[in-house]
Every structure is written in C-alpha cells, then in structure tokens.
Design a protein around this ligand. Structure first.
Ligand code: PMP
Length: 295
C-alpha cells in the first residue's frame, strides 16, 4: 500500500510523491531538512526542530513557503495519515525547480515534503555493549566555507567520513575540524565524561547544534552535573572516563572504543546509563500530540 507523503500542501501516495529532476535540491543539494522523532503518539521537540529548520533556511536565503504553524499541522497530519505513533519524520525543503545553472533566484518555488516512517539506525547490541568509533581522515567542513550549523541537503562531507567508518568495519566516525579539534560524528554529536563533568565540543568547532545534544545538556544540569563546551582533542576522548553520542535517530549511544582503544572501562559508563534512562523517560512523557481527527 505504501506510505502517505505530504508533498507541497497535500497528502499523496508514496508512488505519486515525485520531485522534478530540475529541482536544485537534487541537482545541487540546495535545500534544508530535519529528522524528528515520534514517541508514544507525540512529536518530540517539534518546536526546536522547526526553529532550526527556519534558521537553516534563513542561512541559505531559502524562503519556506509555509508558516511554523502550518508545518506543525502538516507533521501531525502526515503522522496521523500513516497511523504513526512511534517513528521518525523526515521534513525536507528543497530550493525547487530551476534551470541547469546554480542561480537559486531562478528557481520557481521551494518544495516541502514530509515522510513519516520508521528508522532503526544502530543495532540493539550497540546500546548494551557500546559502539566502536574510528577517527576519520576527512575533516569536518570549515565553518567559513559552509557552516555545519546549517542542516542542509549537502551531506557529502559526512558521507565521505561515513565511508571511512564502514570501510573500517564500523558505523560511525569522529570528524575533526581543520584545527584538529573534535567537531562531531557523521550524524551524531559527541560527549565525554571526565571527573564527573560532562563535556561536548562547542558549535564553533563545527558541531551541529543538535536537539538531542541540547536535551542531554539540560538533563545533566538538572542532575547537578557540570556541563561545558570546551575544544576537545583526540587526547581528551582517549583519556575520558565515558564517551557517548547523541542524535535524533540514534538517541544516546554509548561508545566503547575509539580507534581500537577502550574508552574508560570499555562499556557503557554509569553517567551514560543514567542519562539514557532520563532521556527515555522524557521522550515518553513530552511532545506535541499528533491527535487523530486531523485528516
Ligand atoms: N550532527 C550531524 C552532522 C547530524 O546530521 C545530526 C542529526 N542526525 C546530529 C549531529 C544530531 O542532531 P540532532 O540531535 O538534532 O538530531
């Protein structure tokens, strides 16, 4: 039967949800997107995701042809139409149909589409035993070239590092910036615990201002754990007591090894486990209700 996809104002069957080969989202990766989770019939941190979407769009001079309120409703409608109560929403805004040249001002109108489906990023064992990371040789793109704060459709920088991870027999890689500081992973933010304190690279080092990153920092502060955003090197990661990743699809992922070397005890650490539990509780009890009378 396939999914019902929201495309430019209406719900259409998956088989009819088509984008032109002249869309600059496809031709040049010119567009922005969000990945959003649905837990227990509620859309988690929807406002935060939409605010970041609008910031990303503003940064690339892309005018989203819908208001924030219309996007909230469209996300709820798409979930309801697919009977989705636990899953993942992919919200994409492309530059729209243009000509075979770069000029975005020659594109007619941005396209908005929303897919409400399911996602399983990492196997369950990773959450129990911890993930093995490698450090990628591919540097995170320089913020002076394209800001990594823009969640754009152009993910080649991350994909090059992801290829390195897969070639090395794992699924995620650490990316350093041009100064050698840790930025983030290909699709997740990174945290360490040392001396009872929680640390994560600043966004200025090339990290996306991750929504899950923000939630975890808030949860930790609420537990009385000091949180800071210093520049981190590989030394800091390798000598940390604990390490974990955060992301919308991944949630909180413990890290057991980096480049073949155990981090801390080489299994999920106590603070990581505590944060995983607090995060799980929060996702169960908060978010924007999908409702059921929206179609
Ligand atoms: N960094 C990158 C490069 C990402 O693509 C993502 C999202 N998958 C993240 C970090 C995590 O951000 P969020 O918690 O908002 O999903």
């Amino acid at each position: 039967m396939g999914l019902q996809i929201f495309l430019d104002g209406r719900l259409v069957p998956e088989s009819e949800a088509k984008i032109s080969v002249f869309d600059h989202g496809l031709l040049y990766g010119d567009g922005v997107f969000e990945g959003i989770r649905v837990y227990n019939g509620r859309i988690f941190k929807l406002q935060e995701h939409l605010q970041r979407l609008f910031r990303s769009a503003r940064a690339i001079a892309l005018e989203i042809p819908m208001t924030m309120e219309e996007l909230v409703l469209a996300c709820r409608r798409t979930c309801a139409a697919n009977g989705l109560r636990d899953g993942y929403i992919r919200l994409v805004v492309t530059r729209g149909v243009g000509y075979l040249g770069l000029n975005p001002y020659r594109c007619s109108r941005p396209s908005v589409f929303i897919i409400a489906a399911t996602i399983e990023l990492y196997p369950e064992s990773v959450y129990r035993d911890g993930l093995k990371l490698v450090t990628a040789a591919t540097q995170r793109i320089n913020p002076a070239a394209v800001s990594p704060a823009i969640k754009s459709l152009n993910y080649l920088n991350n994909i090059l590092a992801k290829i390195e991870a897969v070639q090395a027999g794992t699924v995620e890689a650490i990316m350093l910036n041009s100064q050698g500081y840790v930025a983030e992973c290909t699709g997740d933010n990174i945290f360490i615990v040392r001396g009872g304190r929680l640390e994560t690279p600043p966004t200025s080092a090339g990290a996306l201002d991750g929504i899950t990153r923000g939630v975890v920092m808030e949860l930790a502060r609420g537990m009385g754990i000091p949180v800071s955003e210093p520049n981190l090197t590989r030394y800091d990661l390798l000598t940390a007591d604990e390490c974990f990743l955060t992301g919308t699809a991944a949630e909180i992922v413990p890290v057991a090894e980096i480049d073949g070397r155990k981090i801390g005890a080489g299994r999920p650490g106590p603070l990581t486990l505590k944060l995983m539990e607090a995060f799980r509780n929060l996702t169960r009890t908060s978010g924007t209700e999908i409702g059921d009378a929206l179609q």
